[in-house]
Design a protein around this ligand. Structure first.
Ligand SMILES: [Zn+2]
Length: 325
């Protein structure tokens, strides 16, 4: 049977456990199956249990294709995992845990956990630096303090209105050059101070690149490292090549997804929704099967336990969530 090209083909293909295991094995161990504990390639295979055992007498580690990946300790079958990856890697506007749960026959709670683990695999980290024409911008997400009940506002310690209580996201976008599509890097930041934003730029943008920003003071003073030009949005939005339209379009796309799909998006998980969106954006010209394989190729070496996911949530934040977005 040919490798799947569509969701429907993926569902049929991965319903065969051997197909699912072989597919993950090929992506994970392209150089041959390796013991995740000691690195040995001398292994026994227990075919009936899809299980390997390390021949190294000091190790004897037993493992499956799930060991040491985002699938570890999950009672869900690979068939469900792989179809969930297919769906989230390719859902243009994201997909909610309710939808995944209904479509693949699991509880919303399981689906929520599955989605967060997959987003974790989508995290691209600090890959190569951006270069050429790069736009930098920051945006505020959710938390309209003025719409909150007075008690909620007080519980959160919010005084006044405006941007207080919102989450701040910082983004960089490398513009299209030739046949190289534009790509983005995004991150939740604690504030928009110079000492927060400038290190992010230095870390992610090659020196001597063209840097385009708005007139925010935090961006001032980088002339020695970058060719920096700013537009003051109070008077103009575009001056020839100088604008931040690319990253602003990215923000509107992200906010639309948050409003439309992740109505209950929690502030402490905002970063993982960003990872998901940025992954799809940066890989938007690939086909569904390619995006699927890219995510699946990143599942190893990543663990995310349920406890890690929920540990950050406090009562205060829970109150905040209800009013967010
Ligand atoms: Zn071993």
């Amino acid at each position: 049977m040919k490798e799947p090209k569509t969701l429907q083909e993926a569902i049929i293909y991965f319903s065969d456990k051997q197909n699912a295991v072989d597919f993950v094995v090929d992506l994970r161990w392209s150089e041959g199956i390796t013991c995740p504990k000691c690195g040995s390639k001398e292994l026994y295979y227990v075919k009936t249990r899809y299980l390997w055992q390390c021949k190294n007498k000091e190790c004897k580690k037993q493992f499956t294709v799930k060991t040491g990946t985002i699938f570890e300790d999950s009672p869900l079958g690979l068939d469900k995992w792989l179809c969930a990856i297919w769906m989230i890697a390719n859902a243009k506007n994201g997909i909610s845990s309710y939808e995944i749960g209904r479509a693949l026959g699991m509880t919303q709670k399981s689906a929520w956990f599955v989605l967060h683990r997959i987003r974790y695999a989508m995290q691209q980290g600090s890959l190569e630096k951006l270069s050429g024409d790069v736009e930098a911008d920051e945006t505020y997400i959710g938390g309209k303090a003025e719409n909150m009940h007075k008690r909620t506002r007080e519980a959160m310690g919010i005084q006044g209105r405006g941007t207080v209580g919102k989450a701040i996201v910082f983004g960089l976008l490398e513009r299209t050059t030739g046949d190289k599509a534009s790509k983005a890097k995004t991150k939740v930041v604690p504030n928009t101070k110079k000492k927060t934003l400038q290190p992010e730029i230095r870390r992610s943008v090659e020196t001597d690149s063209n840097l385009y920003t708005d007139a925010l003071k935090s961006y001032q003073g980088m002339e020695e490292e970058f060719v920096h030009q700013a537009v003051d949005h109070a008077t103009e939005y575009v001056r020839g090549n100088v604008h931040t339209n690319g990253i602003e379009n990215y923000w509107s796309l992200f906010k639309r997804t948050l409003r439309g799909t992740y109505v209950g998006c929690e502030v402490d998980h905002l970063g993982s929704y960003l990872d998901e969106q940025t992954f799809r954006f940066n890989n938007r010209y690939g086909n569904d099967a390619e995006r699927f394989s890219l995510v699946l190729g990143s599942v190893a070496g990543k663990r995310l336990t349920y406890k890690q996911l929920i540990i950050k949530r406090t009562f205060k934040q829970l109150n905040f969530l209800k009013k967010l977005i």
